[in-house]
Design a protein around this ligand. Structure first.
Ligand code: MN
Ligand code: MN
Length: 306
């Protein structure tokens, strides 16, 4: 992909504008005692009301959870009294995706405040740096330096990513550190769409995360289904066109036990991919900030900013 047409550019910009507006609503909703399920549903509904579709389920990841938590069916969890809350949301128009995340503090401590500010600063420094010809690993260096300068730790297990139409992750990653070997590929070009997303933890923490054993987010990666239920489920999820979807969005399709059995079947056939919840290995709090940008002739345009 080299150049975007004006029409494509407009769709990206519109998707970006919508994520910003929905994030404003998120800011108002994140408060002590609020149910996560209510927030997820309200924000996803707002994306649709504004004329887009969710590019993935709204993620609400709290404290040591880095990413990939979205409310399951009947979730009773609430925002705790003291929390560092990452809201990560995406909208797409006709497959043109924007991906945007912010950290909100509830009864926040100075530590949380510093984590949040540093994630934002690392993102800003990366955005200021990106233009045609920079390499993913150069961006990673800018992010890592910013974070280490504040005596904090970048989560190196999580990365930004290149976006294409209907593809949230194309396979090209944007690291949050300077790799010893440049394994992240060659120079970036005008017209490429990037999600930049530094994750930061405290100096006592590690760069590593681990996968929880359960997932509330899935995506379609294959076409095989054997049972009748499997075929029904497959037909149901085809509407997402391989973008991630929530377990919650399948509520009512089958009784829950049957739904879990069917998901298991499709996972075993590699028809479904799971997105396990991602947690800090050191159980330390994490902040995140994310923008989607388009590389322009001399720099970049942030589409998730007004
Ligand atoms: Mn995101
Ligand atoms: Mn992302």
């Amino acid at each position: 992909m080299s150049q975007l047409t004006d029409e494509e550019l407009e769709k990206y910009r519109e998707a970006g504008k919508i994520t910003v507006e929905v994030m404003r609503k998120a800011k108002k909703m994140v408060s002590k005692g609020r149910k996560l399920l209510i927030i997820c549903e309200a924000l996803e509904k707002e994306i649709i009301r504004l004329g887009a579709k969710p590019a993935f389920p709204v993620n609400i990841s709290i404290n040591q959870i880095a990413a990939h938590y979205t409310s399951p069916i009947d979730d009773e969890l609430k925002i705790p009294e003291r929390a560092i809350v990452k809201i990560d949301l995406g909208a797409h128009i006709d497959g043109y995706i924007s991906d945007h995340a912010k950290t909100f503090l509830v009864g926040g401590t100075k530590t949380y405040q510093k984590l949040k500010k540093t994630a934002e600063l690392a993102l800003q420094n990366a955005v200021d740096f990106i233009k045609p010809g920079v390499r993913p690993s150069d961006i990673g260096e800018v992010i890592e330096n910013t974070i280490r300068n504040e005596d904090l730790v970048p989560i190196t297990d999580l990365t930004g990513h290149v976006i294409e139409r209907w593809k949230l992750h194309t396979g090209t990653s944007i690291p949050n550190y300077k790799p010893k070997l440049d394994i992240f590929g060659s120079k970036l070009k005008q017209g490429q769409v990037l999600a930049i997303e530094p994750f930061v933890t405290t100096k006592e923490g590690t760069e590593k995360i681990y996968d929880e054993s359960y997932s509330f987010i899935f995506s379609q990666i294959g076409k095989k289904a054997k049972s009748e239920d499997g075929k029904i489920l497959l037909k149901e999820i085809e509407q997402y066109n391989k973008l991630p979807f929530a377990l919650r969005w399948l509520e009512g399709l089958f009784p829950q036990t049957r739904l879990f059995e069917t998901l298991k079947e499709l996972i075993s056939f590699k028809t479904l991919n799971r997105y396990p919840m991602l947690v800090s290995k050191s159980q330390t709090p994490i902040a995140q900030a994310e923008h989607t940008i388009i590389i322009t002739k001399n720099g970049n345009e942030v589409i998730t900013k007004l």
